[in-house]
Write a protein that binds this ligand. Structure first.
Ligand SMILES: C[S@@+](CC[C@H](N)C(=O)[O-])C[C@H]1O[C@@H](n2cnc3c(N)ncnc32)[C@H](O)[C@@H]1O
Length: 184
């Protein structure tokens, strides 16, 4: 089955968690990974990898000795990720992120890259995930997320020291990339 068909099926089965009918484009992937300081990132986490568009890029760009794991709640996506990336460490719920870091005996993350559809999450879930992100980032750490609107801008600006927003018109649908920095 093509990635598009897998995505469409997962969206139909749970639109409020998958949040999109197709995987992100290479244009969005490039924008999401562009600002990451790869040579300095020791611990990297990806939230909501879906079919693994960003995962593939992260694996290609990260330092060989950098620690990396992904968090994906959908069992079909997890199965596909295991087939595609046999050595990948996979966990299943973004609201448990701080717990996963301590279970894996890792320090706080330098970089968290997220594909989570915050705009369609209920407020309690959005708050719980963002609390976990903030609680899991090292000082000076970076959180990169994309959304199809500017709805999250005020909340991210309130929670982070600095937020940069860029626009990727060539994605379907066009997307905003938020790059958020913790205080050093
Ligand atoms: C819009 S898709 C993005 C997929 C992929 N990153 C991309 O850009 O093509 C959102 C993904 O987040 C996952 N997801 C939603 N809620 C989650 C949660 N609470 N914990 C972990 N993953 C979650 C969905 O299953 C889906 O794979």
């Amino acid at each position: 089955m093509s990635d598009f068909m897998v995505f469409l099926k997962r969206f139909v089965s749970n639109p409020g968690r998958v949040g999109s009918v197709i995987p992100s484009s290479r244009f969005l992937c490039r924008q999401m990974t562009k600002q990451v300081p790869w040579s300095q990132a020791n611990v990297i986490v990806e939230l909501g990898p879906g079919t693994g568009v960003f995962t593939q890029a992260i694996l290609a760009k990260k330092r060989k000795d950098a620690q990396f794991f992904v968090v994906e709640r959908d069992p079909q996506f997890r199965k596909l990720l295991r087939q595609r990336f046999p050595d990948l460490i996979i966990r299943d719920e973004a609201t448990n992120l701080t717990r996963y870091l301590s279970e894996l005996k890792l320090p706080k993350a330098d970089v968290i890259i997220s594909g989570l559809p915050f705009a369609v999450f209920p407020e309690t879930l959005r708050t719980a995930v963002l609390d976990n992100v903030i609680g899991s980032l090292a000082p000076g750490g970076m959180f990169v997320t994309f959304q199809y609107s500017l709805q999250m801008k005020a909340e991210l600006m309130r929670r982070f020291d600095r937020v940069q927003v860029s626009f990727t018109p060539l994605n379907v649908p066009p997307a905003f990339v938020y790059t958020c920095f913790m205080k050093p």
